[in-house]
Design a protein around this ligand. Structure first.
Ligand code: ZN
Length: 164
């Protein structure tokens, strides 16, 4: 495993691209997943999408407190329920956080690291993270959802909301 360099706004245009579907789950995709997990943990993030390490492919990883990291290849949101206000931050936009609306729960389908079809129903923080990472695959960042300027603010590193 290796830690990859994180892409940031405004310089890394890959963050604004629509990522491509993965056609074959092979060793290089599994290596990408392993590196993304290590990079996410090193950055103390709760999720990461492949474009954030400069790879325009539809691969995301996430980790919830006390659980093993999860990887999803070609993830798709098949259901969204409800709406709630959340505070959100992104590893690709350091030093900022914003208040936006996210779903209360989402159902996501895709494939795991071994290529097996999976379906995950998530609520709360995990649903928020899944929506955030799915957005990354479409070139969308949380700042695009901030409705007014006063809902995006600078944060100190030590109080920073954990990024995704
Ligand atoms: Zn992000």
């Amino acid at each position: 495993m290796a830690i990859r360099e994180l892409c940031h706004l405004p310089n890394d245009l890959v963050l604004r691209q629509k990522a491509r579907r993965v056609s074959t789950i092979n060793g290089s995709i599994q290596q990408l997943i392993d590196d993304m997990v290590e990079t996410m943990q090193q950055a103390d993030g709760v999720g990461l999408a492949a474009p954030q390490v400069g790879v325009p492919l539809r691969v995301i990883v996430l980790r919830m407190l006390g659980e093993e990291p999860i990887a999803i290849i070609n993830p798709e949101i098949v259901k969204r329920v409800g709406e709630r206000e959340v505070t959100e931050a992104c590893l690709s936009i350091p030093g900022y956080a914003g208040e936006i609306k996210r779903s209360v729960s989402v159902t996501v389908k895709g494939r795991n690291r071994q290529g097996k079809a999976i379906r995950i129903k998530a609520t709360g923080r995990m649903a928020q993270t899944l929506e955030h990472e799915l957005d990354h695959l479409n070139g969308i960042l949380y700042i695009d959802h901030v409705e007014s300027r006063d809902k995006l603010y600078k944060v100190e590193a030590e109080t920073e909301t954990r990024g995704m």
